[in-house]
Write a protein that binds this ligand. Structure first.
Ligand SMILES: *[C@@H]1O[C@H](CO)[C@@H](O)[C@H](O)[C@H]1NC(C)=O
Ligand SMILES: *[C@@H]1O[C@H](CO)[C@@H](O)[C@H](O)[C@H]1NC(C)=O
Length: 422
């Protein structure tokens, strides 16, 4: 009875002192974002495409347009809203791993996401009114990328087999005639779709022949068909290596050997469809940009009985603090917040100033030593910016949170074959 009362009062302290429940248990977030509006890639248009790449000026082929840039800066700011307390305002070494595919539009998108995500505060503001701070990122060159633009390394990914129904065969005949190439699968229609969408985005007229089939036929049916075909037939190649990386990064986070708190991938709509497919949550949705911009986030969080957590955490507090110390205990993670909840917000503030905004190796190691694998869960969030908040997608057999083992069990079916492009 006494214990129960103590537990309840601790709980209310927790709710008083923790700013955000989401961050409460978060230790690692994986984010896959789709780039914004872009110009056409000239090797990805149909033969009768009406423009030369010089018509895109001031944009180059396959680059973000101004609209696309605005969207991606907004994606960064939306991420910041959610993860600001988790990441802090200042970039510090190792805090984040940011990876783009080798396309200009994904690199530009990533720069914008990072600019929005790390709007600097006092201690990292630059001179000259630059409301920006540099954040390193890397990109995966074509021909070796198995994770994001895997189709550039393994063109087989786009060689889907499509079973067309009778109506679509009629449409295909029409498209073949006007677009100037044989429509053999859903990828061909997808190519036509994006070629025309990119024209419209730039304010050009769509070809006259396309008006009668736009957008219902091409977009809503056939374009989704391509995502469906990919997920059904090519998932191991499309997303298997990504799932392995997500698994390994999470595993390392749990055992204390992974420094970043967030991994951001700047990719393509096919990556979002593939990631959803591998989590078995793909519902045949149309993945677009603009108002339909999407982010799929995995959060790796400790999930368990809170009372147990508190019972566990408090007695070990002094020890933890000592073990943090040489490495820079500065990180007030969820863990830290829980510890500090009992000590009070003022102390937390003081602690943070004392320690600075830097996150470092030891912190994560110390945290992970307290975690048991079985306490780890993932949550999958799907965001298209028409929602007020991200939609939680439940993996099959999981509640809102999916135990890490269960997540692995679901997704490992899609790990790549030994010869990954087969
Ligand atoms: C389409 O396929 C047919 C038969 O396979 C072929 O004769 C024709 O040349 C092809 N047309 C184009 C535009 O590639
Ligand atoms: C941590 O996990 C990774 C990935 O499973 C593994 O390769 C590594 O050996 C582990 N390290 C420790 C110290 O347990």
């Amino acid at each position: 009875m006494v214990k129960l009362i103590i537990t309840i009062s601790l709980m209310s302290m927790v709710s008083l002192f923790l700013c955000e429940q989401v961050e409460d248990t978060l230790i690692l977030s994986h984010v896959m974002a789709r780039h914004g509006h872009r110009t056409a890639e000239m090797d990805f248009v149909f033969p009768t495409y009406p423009l030369q790449q010089t018509s895109f000026y001031p944009y180059g082929p396959g680059e973000l347009t101004l609209e696309g840039k605005k969207i991606m800066a907004g994606v960064g700011r939306a991420l910041r809203e959610r993860y600001r307390n988790f990441l802090g305002d200042c970039y510090s070494h190792g805090l984040i791993e940011a990876i783009s595919s080798g396309y200009k539009r994904t690199m530009m998108s990533l720069q914008l996401i990072l600019a929005g995500l790390f709007i600097p505060s006092n201690s990292c503001v630059l001179k000259g009114n630059l409301n920006w701070q540099p954040v390193p990122f890397s990109y995966l060159p074509f021909k070796t990328d198995k994770i994001i633009a895997a189709h550039r390394t393994c063109p087989n990914i786009f060689a889907v087999q499509t079973t067309f129904n009778k109506d679509t065969l009629e449409l295909n005949k029409y498209l073949t005639e006007h677009a100037g190439f044989n429509i053999t699968n859903s990828f061909d229609i997808y190519t036509i779709f994006w070629s025309i969408q990119n024209l419209l985005d730039l304010g050009f007229e769509a070809p006259e022949w396309s008006v009668s089939v736009w957008p219902q036929l091409i977009r809503d049916e056939e374009n989704i068909q391509f995502f469906d075909d990919l997920v059904d037939q090519k998932l191991k190649m499309l997303s298997g290596s990504l799932m392995v990386k997500i698994h390994e990064d999470s595993q390392k986070k749990i055992n204390g050997t992974f420094e970043p708190k967030m991994v951001v991938y700047s990719g393509h709509e096919i990556n979002i469809a593939g990631l959803m497919g591998a989590c078995e949550i793909f519902n045949r949705e149309f993945i677009n940009y603009g108002k339909d911009s999407l982010i799929l986030a995995h959060v790796l969080a400790r999930h368990g009985h809170r009372t147990t957590d508190m019972d566990f955490v408090f007695p070990t507090y002094p020890l933890q603090q000592t073990s943090f110390y040489p490495y820079g205990p500065g990180e007030i993670t969820l863990e830290g917040k829980k510890l500090m909840a009992g000590v009070g917000k003022a102390l937390r503030e003081r602690y943070r100033v004392f320690l600075g905004d830097c996150y470092s190796h030891g912190l994560i190691e110390a945290i992970s030593s307290d975690y048991k694998r079985t306490m780890m869960s993932l949550q999958v969030l799907y965001e298209n910016y028409e929602f007020n908040k991200p939609e939680v997608r439940k993996l099959p057999g999981c509640s809102e949170f999916c135990e890490f083992e269960k997540f692995v069990e679901i997704t490992e079916k899609f790990y790549p074959n030994e010869n990954w492009c087969s």
